[in-house]
Design a protein around this ligand. Sequence first.
Ligand SMILES: CC(=O)N[C@@H](Cc1ccccc1Cl)C(=O)N1CCC[C@]12C=C[C@@H]1CC[C@@H](C(=O)N3CCC[C@@H]4C=C[C@H]5CC[C@@H](C(=O)O)N5C(=O)[C@H]43)N1C2=O
Length: 111
Amino acid sequence: GSTGSCARAVVLLYDDTHKQWVAAGGGPQTLSCVQLYHHPGANAFRLVGRKMQPDQQVVLNCPLGRGLRYSQATPQFHQWREARRVWGLSFGAPHEAAPFAAAVLRALRGG
Ligand SMILES: CC(=O)N[C@@H](Cc1ccccc1Cl)C(=O)N1CCC[C@]12C=C[C@@H]1CC[C@@H](C(=O)N3CCC[C@@H]4C=C[C@H]5CC[C@@H](C(=O)O)N5C(=O)[C@H]43)N1C2=O
């Protein structure tokens, strides 16, 4: 289940062809609720993001592999690579970004 309350961030993917960040799930760059989920059985973690408006669309559902490098490029913009994709989280507020990053880094160390 979720390990905590949600952080508000725009979930982005890097479009390498056009060298620009685009909204995950298409459409406008609007805030999603991003959360760290823990599956105790496999001691596995994943990041899940759902649009806050209008319809809770799942725009992020990414496993946190142990070797994953979570980059806090700025206090409000974090990013990581998954296979051939690069995800970005543009947080609404630094005070939500920091605890979220701390939880992710703890999960990457084994929870
Ligand atoms: C070795 C490696 O993989 N390196 C990756 C990063 C990485 C390192 C280590 C582990 C994993 C990863 Cl993923 C890499 O460098 N990547 C991943 C794809 C994109 C990028 C490549 C080039 C561009 C140049 C500029 C820079 C960039 O995107 N930003 C600067 C920092 C914040 C700045 C903030 C917000 C976003 C909102 C829109 C745009 C704007 O503000 O208008 N923007 C930005 O401009 C943002 N880039 C990157 O981050």
